[in-house]
Write a protein that binds this ligand. Structure first.
Ligand SMILES: [Zn+2]
Ligand SMILES: [Zn+2]
Length: 346
């Protein structure tokens, strides 16, 4: 097929040094498909690596792990029917050989690499992807909405880890993209959802996303949940990744309940482990997702349980990538999902 030889590609050379460069379009192996990227989101973890606070980044790297596009070419062992399809992609490279991969939990592969962090990601016009990481967008999910499938899959997996039952009461600490995706999914399960945020604006925004109630962190301090919630939470999701919010989760958790650690902690935390022991709390980590979670996320977008367009607050062209990052970082800006529009978008 006829296409350009060169493409534009974002490169994070080192912390705070982003450039848009010209690169050759890479060749394909037999098992790969070539994606013409349409949209790519900027995530909290991208900001951590931009600021030099991500513990596992190999610079220089092309960021981008939340993206959609169109399949424009294929290797010899990739079915022809995929050509021209709109897809999103699981951004992980896994070994397929370690005990976790063999048990199906490849999200915690011992040799895990994630596009945009330890391997080049999607902030570029063309990207080769292994065929088994492709997910064709279902009817009714366009490429703009599909760009939210990745963060939605994080939320789906976290809910699975928390073994949340329908109709239960859930406390979500942090009303960013993941916290609000959790909120929308949990509401679709008829759960009672309370969101805690650090400003009244963000607490109010959580109500727009369907939370039953919301609180400002400063005002409730470290009270136990029975002092400010009508119903005690069965599960608490920590989606911030800071010492004080994790400590709040431990202090507020009712005895015998579960805390799911969703937030990424750039620094070690000092926590009241004595309360974890004394209150018999379960603290569980959660990382990424597998193909089933990704499929479920697309179903939730398709059914309207998750509303991607509510999340997308800003959109920038690829050449304005620095401005896009500054917008996503600005603490006073109240941005939620900032997207790069890379290809034709259609
Ligand atoms: Zn992300
Ligand atoms: Zn593995």
């Amino acid at each position: 097929m006829q296409r350009a030889e060169k493409m534009r590609q974002v490169i994070l050379k080192e912390p705070k040094n982003l450039e848009v460069c010209e690169r050759s379009i890479p060749g394909l192996s037999e098992e790969e498909a070539l994606i013409r990227v349409s949209y790519c989101g900027i995530c909290g973890s991208d900001i951590h690596s931009y600021l030099g606070k991500h513990p596992f980044v190999k610079y220089p790297v092309t960021p981008g792990h939340e993206f959609t596009g169109t399949v424009v070419d294929r290797g010899a062992r990739v079915d022809e029917s995929i050509l021209g399809r709109a897809v999103c992609v699981e951004p992980s490279i896994t070994c397929g050989k370690c005990p976790e991969c063999l048990s199906g939990k490849y999200n915690i592969c011992r040799n895990l690499k994630v596009l945009g962090f330890q391997a080049d990601g999607a902030m570029r016009e063309y990207l080769p992807v292994p065929k088994d990481k492709l997910h064709v967008l279902p009817n009714g999910v366009d490429k703009l909405s599909g760009a939210l499938a990745e963060p939605a899959a994080v939320a789906v997996h976290a809910i699975e880890r928390g073994r949340v039952n329908p109709d239960s009461c859930v406390l979500v600490i942090g009303g960013g993209v993941i916290g609000l995706a959790l909120t929308q999914i949990l509401r679709s399960m008829n759960c009672f959802v309370a969101v805690v945020e650090d400003s009244s604006e963000k607490a109010e925004r959580a109500l727009v996303f369907g939370a039953n109630t919301s609180f400002v962190f400063d005002e409730i301090g470290a009270k136990r949940s029975n002092e400010y919630l009508e119903r005690e939470p069965d599960v608490i999701f920590e989606c911030v990744g800071k010492n004080e919010t994790m400590e709040f989760a431990i202090k507020t958790a009712p005895n015998g309940k579960t805390i799911i650690v969703v937030g990424v902690f750039p620094e070690p935390a000092t926590l009241s482990i004595s309360l974890v022991q004394d209150h018999e709390l379960d603290i569980l980590g959660t990382l990424m997702y597998t193909a089933d979670d990704f499929k479920r996320a697309l179903e939730l977008i398709s059914s309207g349980a998750i509303e991607p367009r509510r999340f997308i607050t800003h959109m920038f062209r690829l050449e304005s990538v620095k401005e896009a990052y500054e917008t996503a970082i600005d603490p006073g800006g109240n941005s939620l999902k900032v997207l790069l529009e890379i290809g034709d978008g259609h």
